[in-house]
Structures are given as C-alpha cells and as structure tokens.
Design a protein around this ligand. Structure first.
Ligand code: VNL
Length: 188
C-alpha cells in the first residue's frame, strides 16, 4: 500500500519518540492559529502559498469521498512567528462545501480559516489522524518550496463538517516550531 495512505489514529503517537512539546501541539484542540499567536511574541503572520482549484492528493480525495479526477479548492498557508514558518496548513474544500454562506471560504486571503468559521454546532470536527512524513512527501515539498528544511516531520489532519459538508484540514509541524516554541517556554 502506498505509504501516503498511512494516516493513523491519534493514539498512534503513544510510544513514539515524539517530544512532549510536539505531542502537545498535535493535541491542540481546534485551529493552531491561536496557539502560534500566544507562543510567538514577535509578530504573528499568515502567508498564503496557494489558493486555487486543484486535484487533491489521492489520500485526500479518498478521505473526502470525492472522485479522483475532481478538483477542489486547495488553500496552502504557513503560520509564522516573525518570518519563521512554524506550521504549514493545507485545506481541501470540495465544490459542494463552498455553497451558500460557505462561499466565503474561497476568499480568505491572509485571514486565518478560523476567523470565518461558523460557530457552535455548525462545525463538527472529526477525530484527528496523524502521520509521519518522509522527506520526499508532497506535503514536505510544499514546505521546501516555502523555504524550509527537509526533515522527517509530523502532520495531523481531520475533517470539519461545515453546515454538513466536509473540508479536510491538514497541518504539518515544521522543525522551526519546536525550536521557537521551546525557546519561548524557557523564557516563561
Ligand atoms: C489555516 C489557519 C489553516 C490555521 C490551518 O490548518 C490552520 C488557514 C490547515 O487560514 O488556512 O491551522
């Protein structure tokens, strides 16, 4: 089986060599924006790397139960502390998930996803899955294109059902996050 399908339940990190810091980031409820903002005392920023109609990766199409040929609205961003990227976020939004009030998800620009998400029972998050990325993983390729170091990295993903239609949210924890956030903790 293709290793890109190797998403596992969140419990799979038990017994791994993951640092407590990274474990706690993997378990952050909801979006990571607030946590990056809290931990970064320099300026928080969000950089948009892509917002476009694209064919999702095969594992993404499967997770969203989309036909493999169908395009979705794909948004790739990095959450940054100063100019250092800490988290790479990739959101795949099928066409049906952008109808009606949800159409504003297509024009986020530098506003974080969480800032336009609907509240309360209108958004239902699925269980978190985790995966270790190899150096040649396409998700890491996006990180490299964003100027980052190639390293084994961890990612998490889950679906958000928004007014009943799913989007897929994948977050990659970049090496700079560990250095940056650990350094900040030492200061406290
Ligand atoms: C965004 C913001 C995406 C925070 C994220 O994960 C995130 C976004 C995909 O604005 O697209 O944690």
């Amino acid at each position: 089986m293709n290793r890109h399908f190797n998403w596992r339940p969140r419990q799979a990190i038990i017994g791994t060599q993951l640092s407590p810091l990274l474990k706690s980031w993997l378990d952050t409820p909801d979006s990571l924006t607030a946590r990056v903002k809290e931990n970064c005392r320099q300026c928080f920023s969000l950089r948009v790397h892509a917002e476009a109609w694209q064919r999702p990766y095969v594992d993404e199409a499967r997770r969203l139960q989309m036909p493999l040929w169908q395009e979705a609205w794909v948004r790739v961003i990095t959450l940054r502390c100063g100019d250092v990227p800490w988290v790479l976020g990739r959101t795949v939004m099928p066409r049906d998930s952008l109808r009606g009030r949800r159409s504003r998800l297509r024009s986020l620009g530098t506003r974080p996803l969480g800032s336009v998400l609907f509240t309360g029972r209108e958004v239902v998050r699925s269980a978190i899955e985790v995966r270790r990325l190899e150096a040649d993983d396409p998700l890491v390729g996006e990180h490299r294109a964003a100027g980052g170091k190639p390293l084994p990295l961890w990612a998490r993903r889950s679906t958000l059902a928004i007014l009943g239609e799913p989007i897929l949210v994948t977050e990659v924890f970049l090496p700079e996050l560990e250095y940056g956030a650990a350094y900040r903790q030492d200061l406290d």
